[in-house]
Design a protein around this ligand. Sequence first.
Ligand SMILES: Cc1cc2nc3c(=O)[nH]c(=O)nc-3n(C[C@H](O)[C@H](O)[C@H](O)COP(=O)(O)OP(=O)(O)OC[C@H]3O[C@@H](n4cnc5c(N)ncnc54)[C@H](O)[C@@H]3O)c2cc1C
Length: 460
Amino acid sequence: MLRIGFQPAFRCLARHYSTAIKDIDVAIVGAGPAGLSLAASLACHPATEHLKLMVVDGADLSQLDKWAPTSFDNRVVSLTPNTRQHLIDIGAWTHIDSLRVQDYNEMRVWDGQSNARLNFDSDDVDQDAIAYMIELKNLQRGILNRVREFPSVQIFDNSKLESIKPSRNGWPGDEWPIIHIPGHAFRARLLVGADGANSPVRHYAGIESTGWDYGMGLVASLRLEYDDLSAIAWQRFLPTGPLAMLPMPDGHASLVWSTTAANANLLKSVSDEAFIALVNAGFRLEPVDLAYLFSLTDSDQIVDEVSWRLSTVCDGLVDGTDVPLPVVHVEHKSRAGFPLKLRHADRYSAPRIALVGDAAHTTHPLAGQGLNMGQGDVQSLATVLQKAAELGQDIGSQLVLDQYWGDRYIVNNALLGVIDKLEKLYSVSAWPVVAARSWGLEILNEITPLKRFLMKQASK
Ligand SMILES: Cc1cc2nc3c(=O)[nH]c(=O)nc-3n(C[C@H](O)[C@H](O)[C@H](O)COP(=O)(O)OP(=O)(O)OC[C@H]3O[C@@H](n4cnc5c(N)ncnc54)[C@H](O)[C@@H]3O)c2cc1C
């Protein structure tokens, strides 16, 4: 009886204490784009290639190897030229399926209330492209395959973090974090949180994160009436949030409709026909019409209402070149909603801890910068660690890690602030504000050097 009663508890304790704790130089929690590209950046550089690295993720990464979709995935991001160059530099870009990537050279942005417009062209900044649209899975799989080329990197997937505890062996005030994953325990000289917005590493380090919520981002994979070879990115600012249609190869497009939770729910629940009608209406009808359409719940009624309204608008007011091509198809089950949040960690470093990517900051997708900011973090942290390694410094010391925090915090904070102000400015419907912002937009559209400056900043 005694044995039976105590056996489970004993087994549990035995498992816990029999796991030998191994030392590792850099433990990266999170095999998203930020965590994987940090691993590749460190493994491929002569100053850090000797470091023992590990990447841990709770997800099953073999799913990425099996991924062979017939159409395009709904989670798509735009990469800036700088991010793409970084991926080339660390040898990851060659692992990406380039047939599934779409670059674009033009971007058309307009105010849904006044129709004031701002057009960007990559020729203005002598760049090959403004940005590159890529599915997250294609990106993640590409970087993962690059990381797999390095024997110095151990990858543990299906390995949700069980706990992080300070090591009792360290000097007082210099306790190395021990991470427990199923069947293993590692004591890390440096623990990197690349573990997304709810970062367990950030919680362990006691780093606060502040911000607020924006509503929902409704994404979907679309097919257009025909393959528009000009591949333009479109974004219309509506009072409920921006509506963006980004080009994908072969007449496909990716939708990000940032809106209220109620509107997002309607967009998810209506029939495919009603959804397509609402998307086409979103780029063409007045906000007052859209508000009425979103008050309806019956899919057939939405289709009818959009149909007769568009028949009056398209023939007269809207020039066909000023709106995206009509959407004719939405991929099955591709509609999904994501909560949109601004969050910024107070610090990106603590003793033996660094945060990168969404673990450090999340932003509204209107400028397509979230992942790109994370790649900027990775470049900066890798550079700081490489310099420290060259000088023989301890790569986990606060002195070293604070250089990274100092380098990135101000840049990210400024960008998060600008994106937040844009989101707020365009959600105001009062006419004096609409008039002032439209005037500003049209002036900006005429001043090429200023536009060039903005584009250069956004592509960093
Ligand atoms: C609708 C929408 C559109 C967007 N569009 C763009 C865009 O156009 N351009 C752009 O730059 N950005 C965009 N973003 C932002 C971008 O998607 C994110 O910034 C980026 O994917 C974050 O990457 P990451 O590697 O930092 O984190 P994640 O991709 O979140 O990776 C975190 C990883 O950590 C793992 N993990 C978490 N907890 C644990 C744990 N306890 N144990 C083990 N593993 C764990 C997770 O499994 C995950 O794999 C968009 C976001 C949204 C919502």
